[in-house]
Design a protein around this ligand. Structure first.
Ligand code: ADP
Ligand code: MG
Length: 700
């Protein structure tokens, strides 16, 4: 049972004062998932992505120009817009003995301004200060405060990922409220380690993360971040240790087929398998035929043809009369897999069904029934496949596609639906050797080293966004010759809403030129619209698909041979590589245009250069690691590990090693976590939602 001390954190966000149904709904969208709305703990872990310095300057003359400035000044004059110019802004001049600043308000609520800024009053003003015709001015100050209320404005203001309906001020307030809910908990870290590392307590650290003392504290590698990162790594290492123990307890089963179904599927394929695919399949079948459980990683760069390997492995399970699941990280990808694989499965007389959070009603009931009675041999879906209420007649094989989107903890869930399920994890993220040993030390590895024959290299160019018109001209020529184009719009800050707005705007601009040949796809569209957008592109009805990074993972449309990535300088290397992997899949020559907005920083420039130089995923992964090692701080989104809240598995090697040793020792000494420290660790597992570990402990 969850320690009751944690209950306030797992309560819905509406239990926080000032969060009404409207705000809650917006937060659900931002922080909830398929199965539940936003909780206090989601806010607690919704950490600032930046900070604004609002420390006051000594005087107006000292206030920095071109930056956010905060100063105290006297209101000296109101300058209403002249009656003849209705659209002109309302201006207020404020001053001190060193100078003055003109505050500019468009569409002003004049009555409100007269009331809050009477002439002669002193005010604290904060916002972006600029020079305009040699005069200091500030358009729409962020803050105007009575000096008596100065204390209500944090000197370093955290910046949060936002969503429509939850602005910066509300988010700052409710995130702080969530942090205050964090109770003092019994320490779960090893006392010796804790003393040596000088870490603050968990709740102190969480508070500090929401109240950064200076700008560096947000992005830098602080002791506060390391404390929580270690906790997170410890929780996952304990989960791993428990699962490993469990796996040793349950014997595997031998699943051996006669090859008949596999031969029928192979005959139905429009190509022959590569040597790498054959070798991987032979590794997999050898594992499956053994009485031990399989735990194998199939690593193959984008486009190397992992999906068909998955299908043939599932066919082998079906030959033995057993079921398989293929789990994809996104709805779009699950649907695409189901559509692609169904005809091939059918060719072998196998029934394949799709199950995601969106399948509802009688359709869902039918799938659940087919899984329970064994009629469905292959289930393709999202993590909905592993929710309660989904039962299989005889599940033998679970395959996870595009593993980089899954956390270790989701991977562990896989084992829980069948007695002795064989597990195959497929990843396109080439994992450098050192890391793969740490992260997948418990897994066997097969590698698809070569790509299917006949692929042409992708010509990659980096162009300044100033050359937009030229790019559009090139696109026009490309679609005239029958090509299809992905146009990827970047993340705008960490806000999904702005993100979507950028894609919508670009789609509209392109529609002005290309009409209804332009499609749009983004994460906030209703599922049915996403399907329709994807289907229209696959069918060639739309020729240009404008999208956010939702297409990053796995999408496969061989006829698409041009990719434009707008603001490529904002993407991480791994992400650029994943995106580019969507093209170069057919036999036509492909082009990738990286549009950037200069001036480029050295790291961004290095990334674009590497992208131009190579398509080799392993080299890109290594360069990526090298560049990050050199101090570029990437947000969680770019680091490609959305499952990690604070740990940076790529660079926290020392913490990881310590957590692994600590976890092993702890589980050895206190297998059921019953000692006082064990009790504290249970709370840790709940905090980081290591559900599998919790279930295993409950089962005893
Ligand atoms: P990924 O490894 O990125 O998941 P996919 O499985 O989506 O790659 O395969 C990419 C494309 O290559 C698909 O269109 C698939 O049909 C095709 N493909 C797979 N194997 C081969 C092969 N042996 N020869 C030719 N094309 C292949
Ligand atoms: Mg794939």
């Amino acid at each position: 049972m969850r320690p009751s001390l944690l209950d306030p954190l797992f309560a819905p966000v509406t239990t926080l004062s000032g969060v009404g149904p409207k705000t809650a709904k917006a937060l659900d969208k931002l922080l909830g998932d398929e199965t539940r709305g936003a909780r206090v703990i989601d806010l607690l872990f919704h950490l600032p992505t930046g900070a604004i310095d609002r420390r006051p300057s000594a005087s107006i003359a000292d206030a920095p120009i071109g930056d956010v400035a905060t100063f105290s000044a006297r209101v000296s004059e109101h300058r209403p817009a002249p009656a003849t110019k209705a659209k002109a802004p309302y201006r207020i001049v404020v001053e001190d003995e060193t100078g003055d600043v003109t505050l500019v308000f468009f569409h002003a609520d004049v009555r409100h301004l007269l009331q809050t800024m009477p002439v002669g009053a002193y005010r604290i003003i904060s916002g972006k200060l600029e020079l305009w015709d040699g005069m200091r001015q500030m358009v729409h100050p962020d803050r105007i405060l009575d000096p008596k209320l100065a204390a209500t404005m944090p000197a370093i203001e955290p910046v949060y990922g936002l969503t429509e309906g939850v602005g910066p001020r509300v988010m700052t307030r409710i995130a702080a409220a969530a942090a205050e809910r964090c109770p003092d908990l019994a320490e779960w870290q090893d006392p010796g380690f804790l003393a040596k590392s000088d870490f603050p307590s968990f709740s102190t650290a969480m508070q500090a993360l929401h109240h950064p003392p200076d700008l560096k504290a947000v992005e830098g590698d602080t002791i506060v971040r390391r404390r929580v990162a270690y906790d997170e790594l410890l929780a996952s290492q304990i989960a791993l240790a428990l699962v490993r123990r469990q796996q040793k307890k349950i014997a595997g089963r031998a699943t051996a087929g006669d090859g008949a179904l596999r031969r029928r599927i192979e005959a139905a394929l429009p190509f022959t398998l590569t040597d790498g695919q054959r070798q991987a399949l032979s590794d997999i079948h050898d594992d499956m035929e053994k009485p031990e459980r399989m735990l194998r990683l199939l690593q193959g760069d984008v486009g190397s043809g992992k999906t068909v390997v998955a299908l043939l492995a599932m066919a082998a399970a079906a030959e033995a009369g057993r079921q398989s699941v293929l789990m994809a990280p996104t709805e779009i990808l699950a649907r695409q897999h189901a559509e692609r694989l169904a005809p091939l499965a059918e060719a072998a007389g196998l029934k394949l069904a799709l199950l995601t959070g969106r399948e509802k009603g009688p359709g869902r009931a039918r799938v659940l029934e087919g899984l329970a009675n064994g009629e469905i041999a292959i289930a393709v879906g999202t993590h909905a496949l592993f929710q309660e209420g989904v039962a299989f007649q005889d599940l033998a094989l679970a395959i996870v596609d595009e593993q980089h989107r899954f956390g270790v903890h989701q991977r562990l869930l896989l084992g829980s639906k069948g007695e002795a399920v064989d597990i195959l994890v497929m990843t396109a993220t080439p994992i450098p050797r050192t890391l793969s040993l740490t992260w997948f030390g418990d897994m066997d590895i097969s590698v698809l080293a070569e790509k299917p024959a006949g692929r042409k290299p992708i010509a990659t160019k980096a162009l300044s966004l100033d050359r937009y018109d030229e790019v559009v001209g090139g696109i026009d020529r490309a679609i005239e010759t029958g090509a299809q184009v992905y146009w990827v719009c970047p993340l705008v800050q960490e806000s999904d809403t702005l993100d979507v707005a950028a894609a919508q705007e670009r789609a509209e601009a392109l529609r002005d030129l290309f009409g209804d040949r332009v499609g749009l796809l983004h994460g906030q569209m209703p599922g049915r619209d996403k399907d329709a957008a994807m289907a229209a592109f696959v069918a060639g009805q739309t020729r240009i698909l404008v999208s956010t990074t939702v297409i990053e993972v796995g999408v496969d449309v061989p006829n698409a041979s041009v990719m434009v990535i707008e603001h490529a300088e904002r993407f991480g290397l791994a992400q650029l590589h994943q995106l580019r992997g969507r093209i170069g899949r057919g036999s036509a020559a492909s082009t990738c245009l990286l549009l950037y907005k200069g001036p480029l920083g050295p790291v961004a420039e290095a990334r674009l250069t590497i992208m131009r130089e190579t398509e080799d995923g392993f080299r890109i992964a290594e360069e990526d690691l090298r560049l990050r090692g050199e101090g570029e701080v990437l947000g969680t989104k770019q680091s490609g590990s959305p499952d990690w809240r604070l740990a940076r598995p790529e660079t926290d090697g020392d913490l990881l090693a310590a957590a692994r040793d600590d976890a092993r020792l702890l589980i050895e000494r206190d297998p059921q976590l019953e000692s006082p420290r064990g009790e504290a660790v249970r709370a840790l597992l709940y905090l980081f939602e290591r559900d599998v570990a919790i279930r295993l402990l409950r089962a005893g």
